[in-house]
Design a protein around this ligand. Structure first.
Ligand SMILES: *[C@@H]1O[C@H](CO)[C@@H](O)[C@H](O)[C@H]1NC(C)=O
Ligand SMILES: *[C@@H]1O[C@H](CO)[C@@H](O)[C@H](O)[C@H]1NC(C)=O
Ligand SMILES: *[C@@H]1O[C@H](CO)[C@@H](O)[C@H](O)[C@H]1NC(C)=O
Ligand SMILES: *[C@@H]1O[C@H](CO)[C@@H](O)[C@H](O)[C@H]1NC(C)=O
Ligand SMILES: *[C@@H]1O[C@H](CO)[C@@H](O)[C@H](O)[C@H]1NC(C)=O
Length: 498
């Protein structure tokens, strides 16, 4: 049996055993863009032309896993690993990994197949997990769409009958989204007929080998809305028991949520949009965020199995939209502590501020991997990972308890996740760094706090006590977020010297 329980896993650490969706729930993911994370020699001075390969490798990543683990992350998601087209085109090169030409070979720019095995082993030896990004929507070729030549594609996709006829995607037409071609006339992204069972069988057979060859623990599915739902279900069944995070790029819960009936999890794109609009400026709307969170909960099968992210390699980073460090901290803390698996994209901890693709794909080594509290968010993220994993440890129900807004006003949203005496209460605001002090009272009914109960704001390590009715007076200073946790339950955690 490949998919074992957590207790068996612990005793066979390092052996092949993918994580189940329930096991992924409790992880915290750091998103690595393999070409941009670390070079084999660990050098930090190399320049990076963001349109082309910059030299990151699996060996470089292995050497820097402690940087990720010490921030509290328990898993990494890496770029697609397969051989990409070698050309440098007017659209750049395949450094990102999404331009496959042969799915049975590895992308040797990142290292050999045995280097990838070594990465997987190194992660498992540290008690960490590997999520790999896969693309089933298309095969790339450095040609115009009209000149795409299926015979020149590596096996098994060298037959023209395996592809849809080229057309431009009409995003108001789902058939067109599934059948027309992504990419451009510099790089054809030939759209595979994923509705055909022979195509599905080829991917399913490939995937079970891939998972086994590299001891993969979870999968991120690229372009999920561009393939047929039936192909997603088939892919999920081929490695049944594994967790998938599908990329359905949409802010609409009614469009996105049904995909969770085909695969176990999705990137929480609607939450990403609500969070970004709420915290990108002091005129953002926290009510839209509160409503959105509730809509996601009631529309999707299980938001606790989704990826909760604020930044990724496809969207402008939040600091490209605001330089206000208080707004940024609120957004970061909000997405780390919501339902689902937190995902932090490399460079977020370094306050990188790249805008649209490819400028949001900076080489991480330019930061020299600093962990400074004055110039990076590294210690802040470490604290957030610590309180989340402590809350999970103290109450197993924490992870499946659906977070809900227990207080909102025009510029505040207070979220509760967890049962009484083990609840995390996050106070988030978009007042901004230059705001005046604001105060509010948090009622005991919603917070679940008792009378004269002591809580710690684990961000500032400041303690507060509720009144005789269990109400908590909250003071927001400099627009900073606060994360309260019952002091008695914090004992033994080491957090804030408790
Ligand atoms: C298509 O690719 C095949 C295999 O590389 C090659 O033999 C053939 O000449 C190509 N066709 C065209 C029209 O370029
Ligand atoms: C390509 O696929 C078609 C339809 O399945 C089949 O008739 C044809 O023989 C295939 N061509 C090659 C070269 O395999
Ligand atoms: C939707 O897209 C498909 C595929 O391109 C096309 O055949 C169909 O006519 C389109 N439907 C509408 C209503 O435009
Ligand atoms: C898995 O490894 C086997 C044995 O080395 C190899 O034949 C196969 O092509 C590999 N499959 C993938 C998807 O990497
Ligand atoms: C915020 O959004 C809510 C609905 O989500 C709306 O009723 C309200 O007017 C908005 N407030 C502002 C200041 O835009």
């Amino acid at each position: 049996m490949r998919y074992t329980t957590l207790s068996t896993l612990a005793s066979f650490s390092g052996l092949a055993s993918a994580l189940t969706p329930a096991q992924w729930r409790t992880q915290s993911i750091y998103q690595v863009m393999t070409d941009r994370f670390a070079r084999t020699d660990g050098s930090t001075s190399a320049s990076c032309d963001v349109n082309n390969y910059c030299g990151g490798t699996y060996q470089g990543l292995i050497n820097k896993l402690s940087y990720i683990q010490n921030m509290g992350f328990t898993a990494i998601w890496i770029s697609p690993i397969v051989e990409n087209i070698p050309q440098s085109t007017a659209d750049g090169s395949g450094y990102h990994g999404y331009w496959a030409q042969n799915i049975y070979n590895v992308n040797t720019n990142f290292g050999s197949a045995s280097d990838l095995v070594a990465l997987s082993n190194a992660l498992h030896n540290k008690g960490m997990y590997l999520m790999v990004d896969i693309v089933t929507n298309h095969i790339a070729q450095a040609s115009s769409r009209a000149n795409f030549n299926a015979s020149a594609v590596g096996a098994p996709f060298s037959n023209a009958s395996m592809y849809h006829t080229p057309c431009d995607i009409d995003y108001s037409n789902q058939t067109s989204i599934e059948q027309c071609w992504q990419g451009s006339n510099n790089v054809a992204l030939a759209d595979l007929r994923t509705e055909d069972t022979n195509i599905q069988s080829l991917f399913n057979a490939w995937l079970s080998q891939l998972v086994s060859n590299y001891t993969i623990d979870g999968l991120r599915i690229d372009s999920a809305k561009h393939v047929t739902p039936s192909s997603l279900s088939a892919l999920q069944s081929s490695v049944n028991g594994m967790h998938f995070l599908g990329e359905v790029y949409s802010g609409d819960p009614s469009y996105l949520c049904p995909y969770q009936n085909t695969i176990t999890g999705l990137m929480n794109y609607p939450q990403f949009f609500y969070t970004t609009q709420a915290f990108q400026s002091t005129s953002g709307n926290t009510s839209t965020l509160a409503t959105g969170i509730n809509t996601m909960k009631s529309t999707c099968k299980d938001v606790t199995l989704m990826g909760s992210f604020l930044e990724n390699h496809d969207n402008p980073r939040l600091p490209a939209l605001t330089s206000d460090q208080s707004l940024i901290r609120n957004a970061v803390a909000f997405s780390m502590l919501q339902d689902g698996i937190p995902i932090v994209y490399q460079g977020q901890e370094q306050k990188f501020y790249g805008g649209s693709v490819p400028y949001n794909r900076e080489a991480l080594w330019s930061s020299s991997y600093s962990t400074s509290s004055s110039t990076t968010l590294y210690p802040f993220l470490t604290t957030l990972n610590k309180i989340r994993s402590w809350a999970i440890k103290k109450d197993t129900a924490y992870i499946t308890y659906n977070a809900w807004p227990i207080y909102t006003d025009a510029q505040t949203i207070i979220m509760r996740k967890g049962n009484a005496n083990a609840q995390v209460i996050g106070v988030f605001t978009n007042r901004g760094a230059s705001a005046k002090t604001a105060t509010m009272t948090l009622g005991a009914t919603n917070s679940g706090l008792g009378k004269y109960q002591s809580v710690m704001d684990v961000v500032a390590c400041k303690s507060f006590t509720t009144d005789s009715k269990g109400n908590l007076g909250v003071t927001i200073t400099s627009g900073l977020p606060q994360v309260f946790y019952p002091t008695s339950t914090l004992k033994g955690s080491g957090i804030c010297s408790q």
